[in-house]
Design a protein around this ligand. Structure first.
Ligand code: ADP
Ligand code: MG
Length: 623
């Protein structure tokens, strides 16, 4: 008697479900793909309890014939492929014909659909693999798919679901990725009765990116492109100074499909080499156009990974797209003043006349009332490839201008005369290449990384001020607005207290918008919105670094405040490339002596290298 037998279909489906449906985010992704394959102009996504309670996706696309409804939820049934050769040129997002079948196996699914030709719609319900009858139902043209109580009858899977907040953050990410790939379709996302995203159909990718991540961020992105005879890449990338702590704003797409690819991201890193600090991540949105037979999307059940026939070709292309751009740009003349993040259609007082989120600045000289640090905007406006034309600003230095007495005061420090008799040799210091400071000291010669040192100094000042209870906070005349993706919004709400104790006051402003109403004086001229964005990136990175456990990945509050301070110090510090006046150089060198661990910046990178006198003497054979 043989022991091998063919598995019943329900078991096959449940196994497939294990691959396709991991969590609510997978349901969102599959249903969205189906909706988009139907050629809609609008798609509405509704979630409850992070998608565990309900995921509903409604589109106004082609609809499903009533007689096809049972097939739609059957395994290996699809309208998108007929013969094996079709797999070589997939033009739709779906093709495996197993998403609806898999989902129906592990949840209660209700489909309502109507084609334009049909007089009325039809409804079909499947509960954990048990299919009901197709029944007529009045409904608009298009399809609505509801997935109720995911895994409620599969305890083993349900046990793996995380807290609704975590599931929600994954699900909304899935929405965001898909929304990025399909800018022309109007899309909404609702969670627990609250509208989280309302994205009108957009012509330009920049507009969709702005609607998702904030128009100020989008306006600063640089257009890149490159192509060879076969493939092309086109996209929007961040300026080096808009760097991030994590990779959340790195998005790759091929044929309307988000994908991950280590090799391409490596090419991105290479492209930014030299203009980005080590450990920092650039913002990149890249789209590839590749002939269908050069890319295999059928290598991953959830279609998250794709395989290219000639990966090194893409690598070279990405590298050249970025390199060409960075070689022709003067990256030291930033594009916009640190303006408030101006949301779509909302009225926000403009600190920079004519320099709104969509640019069009005409004034050649602008002195901002909100920039007391004495930045001036007296350079001619530049236009980036196709982007809006906005005025550049002078070097980003939060150091105050030197005063007539020859002393310099970093915010938060009491005054001290440079070169006052200290009983020791006065250090002579010179800035080189706008990024290093070379100091003559009794011990020898030191080369200091100006950004790393200033970051360390600021960090210590922050810590000292907080310990002494004397952190000065500056209320903002014009609060800065920031549109946040849902996960970030939740994070900011959750950690508002830690932010306040670090001097950053953030308040909800309705929808996905927050306003920053105060920032620490120590942060100098850094834009409050930039500070917050940086801090969010770091908290997120911290959250994922902390092992999940009792606190569900929540970092301890002291660690959190510390990370916030690191983030603000990093953003507020002078950058490599900022020219400094002699007084500023002297002040920095002087402040170095006051910080406890001046030889390492807060990340542990060295801030200085020393060539000892003995070593020099030895090299020149003077001993
Ligand atoms: P696939 O998308 O791989 O074909 P699915 O199980 O996701 O497999 O869907 C099965 C079929 O159901 C699709 O091929 C399509 O014909 C139909 N279908 C599913 N969702 C929709 C929708 N929103 N609009 C129109 N047809 C749909
Ligand atoms: Mg599908």
């Amino acid at each position: 008697m043989g022991r091998i037998h063919t598995l019943p279909m329900s078991v096959v489906n449940r196994i497939a479900a294990g691959e396709v449906v991991e969590r609510p985010a997978s349901v969102v992704k599959e249903l969205l793909e189906n909706a988009l394959d139907a050629g809609p102009s609008r798609v509405a996504v509704t979630l409850e309890q992070g998608g565990v309670g309900l995921v509903r996706v409604v589109d106004d696309g082609a609809g499903i014939d009533a007689e096809d409804l049972p097939l739609a939820v059957s395994p290996h049934a699809t309208s998108k492929l007929r013969v094996a050769e079709d797999l070589e040129r997939i033009g739709t997002l779906g093709f495996r014909g197993e998403a609806l079948a898999s989902i129906s196996e592990v949840a209660r699914v209700v489909i309502r659909s109507r084609t334009p030709e049909a007089a009325h719609g039809a409804r079909l319900e499947v509960d954990a693999g048990v299919m009901g009858e197709v029944a007529p139902e009045g409904c608009p043209v298009g399809t609505s798919v509801e997935v109720h109580q995911l895994f409620s009858k599969v305890p083993a899977r349900r046990a793996f679901l995380r807290a609704p907040a975590t599931e929600w953050s994954h699900a909304s990410e899935a929405f965001v990725r898909t929304a990025l790939a399909h800018q022309a379709v109007a899309m909404t996302l609702d969670h627990n009765g609250r509208r989280v995203h309302d994205l009108p159909g957009a012509d330009r990718w920049r507009t969709r990116i702005g609607d998702l991540f904030g128009t100020a961020l989008a306006a600063r992105l640089i257009e890149v492109e490159a192509s060879d005879d076969l493939v092309s890449v086109q996209g929007l990338v961040g300026r080096p100074e808009d760097d991030m702590a994590g990779t959340k704003l790195q998005h790759l797409f091929v044929s309307g499909r988000p994908f991950r690819d280590r090799s391409i991201l490596h090419a991105v890193q290479e492209g930014y080499r030299g203009v980005l600090l080590t450990g920092r991540q650039p913002i990149v949105f890249l789209r590839f156009e590749i002939p269908p037979d050069f890319v295999d999307v059928n290598v991953h059940p959830a279609k998250m990974e794709v395989r290219f026939r000639d990966p090194s070709r893409l690598y070279r292309l990405v590298l050249s797209a970025l390199r060409t751009k960075f070689l022709t740009l003067d990256l030291r003349a930033p594009l916009t003043p640190p303006t408030a993040d101006v949301g779509r259609g909302a009225h926000v007082p403009q600190a920079w006349p004519g320099a709104g989120a969509h640019g069009g600045a005409t004034e050649q000289t602008m002195q901002s009332p909100a920039a007391p640090e004495g930045r001036s905007y007296a350079e001619p406006a530049v236009a980036w490839g196709g982007g809006p034309s906005l005025p550049p600003w002078k070097p980003q230095t939060p150091l105050s201008p030197p005063r007539a007495t020859g002393t310099l005061q970093l915010p938060g420090w009491e005054e001290e005369t440079v070169g006052a008799p200290t009983g020791r040799m006065v250090e002579r210091a010179v800035q080189m290449h706008d990024r290093y400071i070379v100091v003559e000291s009794p011990e020898g010669i030191e080369v200091i990384d100006q950004h790393a040192l200033h970051e360390r100094v600021l960090y210590e000042q922050f810590k000292g001020a907080i310990a002494a209870g004397s952190l000065e906070v500056q209320p903002l005349l014009i609060p800065e607005r920031l549109d946040l993706p849902p996960a970030d919004l939740e994070m900011v709400t959750e950690h508002a207290e830690a932010l306040v104790s670090a001097g950053l006051r953030v308040e909800p402003f309705g929808g996905s918008t927050v306003i920053v109403t105060a920032k620490p004086v120590l942060a100098g001229g850094a834009a409050a919105a930039d500070l917050l964005r940086e801090v969010i990136g770091r908290i997120a990175a911290l959250g994922s670094a902390v092992s999940p456990g009792a606190g569900a990945g929540r970092p301890a509050s002291s660690m959190l405040v510390d990370e916030v301070l690191h983030g603000m110090a990093c953003k507020a510090a002078i950058k490599a490339g900022d020219p400094l006046s002699q007084a500023e150089v002297d002040a920095l060198v002087r402040d170095r002596r006051r910080v406890t661990d001046a030889h390492h910046c807060p990340h542990g990178r060295p801030t200085s290298l020393t060539l000892s006198r003995q070593e020099l003497d030895r090299q020149f054979r003077r001993t």
